[in-house]
Structures are given as C-alpha cells and as structure tokens.
Write a protein that binds this ligand. Structure first.
Ligand SMILES: CC(C)(COP(=O)(O)OP(=O)(O)OC[C@H]1O[C@@H](n2cnc3c(N)ncnc32)[C@H](O)[C@@H]1O)[C@@H](O)C(=O)NCCC(=O)NCCS
Ligand SMILES: Nc1ncnc2c1ncn2[C@@H]1O[C@H](COP(=O)(O)OP(=O)(O)OP(=O)(O)O)[C@@H](O)[C@H]1O
Length: 202
C-alpha cells in the first residue's frame, strides 16, 4: 500500500442485517463512510440526476419529489429485466459519487464503503477487505417485516436478488454480528479498525 492511499473496507450485508447501524459505528470512530443507499436516495430525490432517466424507463414513477420509491418498487420487484434496467441507470451514477468520495478522502488511512450490493455488483474488486454484517435469519426477518410497507412477498423478492448471507460470510474477511448486544457489535467494529488501521497508521 503506497503512502497517501487509504485502506478501503467494503461493508455489506443482506437486508435488515444492520449495515446502517454498523456504518454509523465506523463513522463515530472517525472513519469516513460512503453510504451507497444514501447516494441512491439523493440521485432519486428532488432534482436528482437519475430521476428523468428513471421516469423515461418507468413512466409514472416520479413527481415533484423525485422518484416515488413505492411506485418504482412495484414496477421493478419481481421482474429481473426491469430491475437490471433500473440498476443500469442508477449504479453508474453511484460509482461516480463513490469516486468523488475517494478523491475527497485520499489522506484517510482507512475508508469504508457501505454498499448493500457489494458482492452482487462485483464491488469487492474495488476494495482491499470486506466486512459482512450478519444476524440469524429469524432476527433478520423479524426486523424487516416490522417495517411499514414490507411484506413476506416483498422480502422474499429482495432476498432472491441478494447473495445468500452464508455465502457473504464465507467470502468476507470480517463478520460483524448484530444479533448480539450493541456493545458487542461496537467491539467487533473496533477490532476491525485496529486490524486495518494500526495505531500510528503504520
Ligand atoms: C428497488 C427500489 C425502488 C426499492 O425501494 P424501497 O425504498 O422500497 O426499498 P429500499 O431502497 O429501502 O431497499 C430495501 C432493500 O432492498 C435492497 N435492494 C435495493 N435495490 C436492490 C437491488 N437492485 N437488488 C437487490 N436488492 C436491492 C436494499 O439493499 C434494501 O436492503 C430501490 O431499492 C432502488 O431504486 N433500487 C435500485 C438501486 C439499487 O440497486 N440500490 C441498492 C443499493 S446500491
Ligand atoms: N447489534 C444490534 N443489536 C440490536 N439491534 C440491532 C443491532 N444492529 C442493528 N440492529 C437493528 O437492526 C435493524 C436493522 O438495522 P439497519 O437498518 O442498520 O439494517 P440495514 O442492513 O441497514 O437494513 P437495510 O438493508 O434494509 O437498509 C435496526 O432496527 C437496528 O436498530
């Protein structure tokens, strides 16, 4: 690793596993975090630069507030062709935002990319190490099904498009558990930081 470049940690995990919670722990520890989902919300929000392309591809799925995610979700979930079309619009724009983030944090010893679809999009090629956030399936399902607008069918449609948790754990360099007390999750985050960013940045 030449000087001046950051160690890049990919942070991923299936729906409801705790990525956002763990990403916040990295941020609290002073590690710059790129949140891909937040980038998608910006890009799809009011004035977002992919709104016009999404409306052209999926007429009626946007309005004054940008993309109507409920309408868009109904238009694409369950259709592999439609989801791939949506991804072809959104993912390049996310990659551009990620490149800007890297340039803005060139001197940080460690940076984190919080990317839900890291393995699904080959994003692991762009990072040095991967940490997977994981919990037992019943815990995961209970969390997600407690969300407004979620259903068993929608959850299963999403999970069908995500690399299984067991495969993510096998391919990861680190596994961060979230079906444990928050302090244990926080300790796991600290251990990953200590491993990748030794004191003194050595
Ligand atoms: C499909 C959409 C409209 C659903 O929006 P909605 O607000 O209902 O759900 P939300 O965005 O919170 O996603 C819920 C869960 O689905 C997962 N998910 C989102 N997109 C995808 C996808 N293309 N493939 C598999 N899982 C996905 C997320 O990781 C999350 O765990 C939205 O997720 C979207 O625009 N996805 C395409 C862009 C994308 O691939 N985003 C993933 C992060 S890079
Ligand atoms: N260590 C933990 N102990 C208890 N609850 C946790 C822990 N970590 C995360 N959670 C809870 O799990 C739920 C899902 O967490 P979070 O929103 O971070 O998941 P996510 O992977 O970002 O979800 P999505 O993929 O849908 O965006 C939240 O209610 C969060 O409070």
């Amino acid at each position: 690793m030449t000087s001046g470049t950051s160690v890049r940690l990919g942070l991923t995990g299936s729906i409801g596993m705790g990525k956002s919670t763990v990403a916040a722990m990295f941020a609290e520890a002073g590690v710059p975090v790129f949140d891909a989902d937040a980038a998608v919300h910006r890009l799809q929000g009011p004035g977002g630069r992919v709104v016009a392309a999404i409306e052209a591809a999926f007429p009626g799925t946007s309005g004054q507030g940008g993309v109507n995610r409920t309408a868009l979700s109904e238009a694409v979930l369950g259709s592999e062709t439609a989801m791939r079309l949506l991804e072809s619009i959104v993912h390049p724009a996310v990659r551009e935002e990620r490149a800007r983030f890297v340039a803005d944090h060139a001197d940080a010893p460690l940076i984190v990319f919080d990317v839900p679809l890291l393995f699904e999009t080959g994003g692991e090629q762009a990072v040095d190490k991967v940490a997977v956030v994981s919990a037992a399936e019943p815990v995961q399902r209970a969390r997600v099904l407690a969300r407004a607008g979620m259903s068993e069918a929608k959850l299963d449609a999403i999970l069908a498009r995500q690399v299984p948790d067991a495969e993510k754990r096998a391919r990861a360099d680190f596994v961060i558990p979230t079906d444990v007390p928050l302090e244990q999750t926080r300790a796991a985050v600290a251990a990953v930081i200590a491993c990748l960013q030794p004191p003194g940045g050595g």
